[in-house]
Structures are given as structure tokens and as C-alpha cells.
Design a protein around this ligand. Structure first.
Ligand code: SF4
Length: 351
């Protein structure tokens, strides 16, 4: 792990992003923002899985009007996501959004961008310059021929220069591509050029399985190079999964304590238990636990006792039974069909 690059610290509501602040996990709701009840319910669920900052789509006036109503009922900062319409960005700031995300490539003109920045400056609200490889400015695309890391960096640099010229420094940057290597390259380039905090993610990463792989490689390799201050995993799936995966990426890199860590054996011919089924059930039943707990589920006596002893809770399997360990000590031997319940009971006693 390389030392984290020191960026400028900004605040999205009361959550710090950049500098020496912890790396945060973001997600985006997939409800209609104008449906306040559904949006609040989803954000509450996401909060419970340790989502630090939430973004909502603001495609129309109705969504703008919902912002203060939603904000009143949630505990994490809310970012308004704006495309095309600069007026919606201005109104979102006026309605109390803690931050706005704009894509300079589709906001229309420099004049409109200036108007947004003036409003953000006055309200002390940060902006994310969210460059996306799929919506670069036409003249940049013409210059580079196709979306590339260099093209995305140039797009971001244009906004950065404009913002700085206006005396506005309260912003973060994202450069997202659906191509993992382009994403990595873009962030590396921009990280060499600026000190502003970086929101890291691979966009349109795909289905759950593909998205997890792409995001883990993209976000994981950047973070391990010390690049990135806040992350969002994009999945064509439930935002809850985005938050869980985001937190697990941070946990895997040792950047956050989060939830139950299951160590399980890959199984082999020595295994006489349905380890796959046990792991699946324990994994499902522990999904909502945020406290860091290490659980070992091992098929036999070869590595089983060793791993089980090292974990907070563990089992080492035998022929139709499992030996349960808790904090290094054997506490009981149970039949196969009782393993999951026994493990869950011990895990719950630690939560
Ligand atoms: S713990 Fe036992 S069953 Fe599991 S992979 Fe190792 S040797 Fe095979």
C-alpha cells in the first residue's frame, strides 16, 4: 500500500472529504427523488450499512422541491446530481443540497458554469466536477478522436482552471470511464496535476458480478496507490449492494473496519460437510452487521482448527459435525444441521 496522497480537505455537509479524513463511501438512490417517502426509506437503509454520503438524481423541479423534505429526515449529507440544466443546480443549492455534482461536458456553456460556481461560492457548497467518458465536450472529443484518459483530464482541467480563476476551491473531481484501465490512468494523471480531493469509481460497471470485479480492481488499485478520497461502486443493482461492496473494498485494504469477515476453505475431497451452503447462509445472515468480526468456516481438521482458533468465531468440520471455536477455545461440538444456528448465536453475542 502506498502512502495516501495528501489532498485538500473539503466538507460535504459535516463529512470531510480529502486531506487526512477517512475515505468515505457514497451511493446514489434509484428511487424517483420526487417520491420523498421512497427516497428517505432507501437512504435510511443505506445509512444503516454505512453509506457516508448520498447522491440523488435531480432531473426536474419536482426533485428540487423534494430536497429539503428529504434532508430533514436523513442523517447523511445529500448531493444533488445535475445534468444539462444549470438552473436546477442553482435551485438545488438554494434548497439546501450539501453538494452538487455537475458534468461540465453537458452543462451547456462557460457562462452557465460560472453562474453555478457563484451560487456555490455564496452558499459555501462544494461541487463535484464529474467528468464522464461518455459525455465529454464535443471539441475535446474532436481533439482526441475518442474518449481517453487524456481527454477526460483535459475536460476536468478546463473546469478546474475556471473555478480557480473565480477564486473557488471548494470542489472535488471524478473522471469515470466504464473501462477500468482508462479510469485508473485518468485518476493517476489528474492526481499528478492537482491537489483537489478525488471521488473514485468505475462508471457503468455492469451487473453485480462484473461490477464488483471492475470496481474492486479499479478502485482497489487506485486506493492502493494512495489515490482517492471518497468512493462509489456503481452496480446495476440495489444501492445497498454498492455500499456493502464499497465498504468491503475499504476493509480489504485495511482502510475501514466493517462487518463480518468470513474466512472459508475452498473445500476439497476431505470435506464431508456442505461448507458452501453454510458459508452462504452465514454470509446472508451477517450481511447487516457492521461490527468487525472474523468468522472462520473450515471443512476439515487440516487447516480448520488453526484458522478457527485465530478467528473470533469458527468451525472446523468433521464427518457430519462441526467443532465450534470462540476466541481461540473449543466451546462445543454440534451436528451439521445445527452449525449455522450455533455460529449465528455466537456471532450475535459479539455484536
Ligand atoms: S480445510 Fe480441509 S476440506 Fe477445506 S480445503 Fe483445506 S483440506 Fe480441504
Amino acid at each position: 500500500m502506498m502512502k495516501r496522497k495528501k489532498t485538500k480537505k473539503i466538507y460535504v455537509g459535516n463529512v470531510a472529504v480529502g486531506g487526512d479524513s477517512p475515505i468515505t463511501v457514497q451511493s446514489m438512490t434509484n428511487t424517483k427523488t420526487s417520491d420523498v417517502e421512497a427516497t428517505v426509506a432507501q437512504i435510511k437503509q443505506l445509512e444503516s450499512r454505512k453509506c457516508d454520503i448520498i447522491r440523488v438524481a435531480v432531473p426536474d423541479e419536482e426533485a428540487v422541491k423534494a430536497i429539503p423534505k428529504i434532508k430533514k429526515r436523513i442523517n447523511i449529507p445529500l448531493i444533488a446530481d445535475i445534468h444539462f440544466n444549470y438552473q436546477l443546480a442553482i435551485e438545488s443549492i438554494r434548497k439546501g443540497a450539501d453538494g452538487i455534482r455537475i458534468n461540465p461536458g453537458n452543462i451547456g456553456s462557460k457562462e452557465k458554469l460560472i453562474k453555478i460556481v457563484k451560487e456555490a461560492m455564496q452558499a459555501n457548497v462544494p461541487i463535484r466536477i464529474g467528468v464522464n467518458s461518455g459525455s465529454l465536450e464535443k471539441n475535446i472529443l474532436k481533439k482526441y478522436g475518442k474518449p481517453s484518459a487524456e481527454a477526460m483530464v483535459e475536460s476536468a482541467m478546463r473546469s478546474i482552471e475556471l473555478f480557480e480563476k473565480m477564486g473557488f476551491f471548494n470542489f472535488k473531481i471524478s473522471l469515470k470511464s466504464s473501462d477500468v484501465m482508462t479510469t485508473i490512468q485518468s485518476y493517476r494523471l489528474i492526481s499528478d496535476k492537482t491537489q483537489y480531493p478525488l471521488h473514485v469509481g468505475v462508471t457503468e460497471a455492469g451487473s453485480y458480478n462484473d461490477g464488483v470485479i471492475k470496481s474492486s480492481i479499479g478502485i482497489g488499485s487506485l486506493l492502493s496507490q494512495g489515490i482517492g478520497d471518497t468512493i462509489r461502486v456503481s452496480l446495476t443493482s440495489d444501492p445497498m449492494k454498492e455500499v456493502i461492496v464499497g465498504n468491503k473494498i475499504l476493509k480489504t485494504l485495511g482502510l475501514r473496519d466493517y462487518g463480518v469477515d468470513i474466512i472459508s476453505c475452498p473445500t476439497c475431497g476431505r470435506c464431508s460437510l456442505n461448507i458452501e451452503g453454510i458459508v452462504e447462509r452465514v454470509s446472508r445472515q451477517t450481511e447487516g452487521i457492521r461490527k468487525p468480526i472474523k468468522v472462520a468456516i473450515m471443512g476439515c481438521v487440516v487447516n480448520g482448527p488453526g484458522e478457527a482458533r485465530e478467528a473470533d468465531v469458527g468451525i472446523a468440520g468433521g464427518e457430519g459435525y462441526g467443532v465450534i471455536f470462540k476466541r481461540g477455545k473449543i466451546i462445543k461440538k454440534v451436528r451439521e444441521e445445527e452449525i449455522v444456528d450455533s455460529l449465528m448465536k455466537e456471532i450475535q453475542s459479539m455484536v
